[in-house]
Design a protein around this ligand. Structure first.
Ligand code: NAP
Length: 261
């Protein structure tokens, strides 16, 4: 899984979304993240088709919404996602939240069936807490590939990262720029200025230091390229420590059905 991907939540003007995906792929991105609930799968698929990059070089992930986690709905809505995306299979299919119609045994068995049928290459979970990661990994006999969770310098989630490592589950950081809040953290600005880069790049470089894949959402070519340039930023141990020591906390995605509520 490429460690930098393009997020697409709220990139919901179809022409703009297609253009952002095409631009990102042609700028070197090889990982795109969408979801049924974003209602932009068709536009994402068009961006992939329009880019001068073969489909097989792109790591494409989508997510099944919480209303559709009963087995028959998992299969039906995933087939619909593939149709909208215009692909035969996705590289990663996530359970979007462990909520509403989620049932560990029934839901995950349906995901395993999709994998056996060749419609999805890997099974992911999203917004799972440590005990839920353990249960999912147990139910699937070790086949959970990744847990996508909110993660950035203002929500570092060390216990959750450790639990994922213990269970052999990759971590994918969503809202890796804290939806814009990283630009207002003086310590990040100071490190950014020392490197002549943006606070976004510092946050993404810090996540990479932690072994975490990040999927910043960016619409414009300028933001897409700025985030890609984070791959060239190396933080010193002292800078990583400064970010680890931040004590401000800010969870940006916090619906009532979040398992921590
Ligand atoms: P984010 O990536 O932390 O922040 C996106 C915001 O930062 C946008 O307003 C974007 O503006 C701006 N931005 C991006 N790059 C920038 C740069 N270099 N300089 C200045 N501003 C920049 O927030 P997010 O969209 O919440 O999270 C990223 C992705 O994670 C989502 O798009 C989605 O794919 C995924 N996600 C998943 C879940 C889940 O439950 N699994 C929840 C939330 C998000 P522009 O759009 O104008 O470029």
């Amino acid at each position: 899984m490429p460690m930098l991907g393009l997020g697409t939540w709220e990139n919901d003007d179809p022409a703009q979304c297609t253009e952002s995906v095409r631009t990102a792929l042609e700028a070197g991105y090889r990982h795109v993240d969408t979801a049924q609930i974003y209602e932009n799968e068709a536009a994402v698929g068009e961006g992939i088709a329009a880019a001068d990059v073969p489909r097989e070089d792109v790591f494409l992930a989508t997510k099944v919404w919480i209303d559709s986690l009963a087995p028959a709905d998992v299969e039906e809505t995933t087939r619909e996602s593939l149709d909208r995306l215009g692909v035969d299979s996705v590289d990663l299919l996530y359970v979007h939240w462990p909520a509403r119609t989620y049932d560990p045994e029934a839901t995950l068995a349906a995901f395993a069936d999709l994998q056996d049928a060749g419609l999805i290459d890997r099974i992911g979970i999203s917004n799972f807490e440590p005990e839920q990661v353990a249960t999912a990994q147990d139910v699937l006999g070790g086949d959970v590939f990744a847990n996508q969770v909110e993660l950035h310098p203002l929500l570092p989630q060390p216990e959750l990262r450790e639990a994922c490592a213990d269970h052999g589950v990759e971590v994918v950081a969503y809202s890796p720029l804290a939806r814009g809040a990283v630009f207002d953290v003086p310590e990040l600005t100071e490190i950014a200025e020392a490197h002549g880069v943006s606070e976004a790049q510092v946050s993404l470089a810090w996540l990479r230091e932690k072994g975490v894949t990040a999927i910043p959402k960016a619409t414009s070519e300028a933001h897409i390229r700025d985030n890609a340039a984070s791959l060239d930023v190396s933080l010193t141990d002292e800078e990583v420590q400064t970010i680890d020591d931040l004590d401000r906390r800010d969870r940006r995605v916090d619906p009532d059905f979040g398992p921590w509520n």
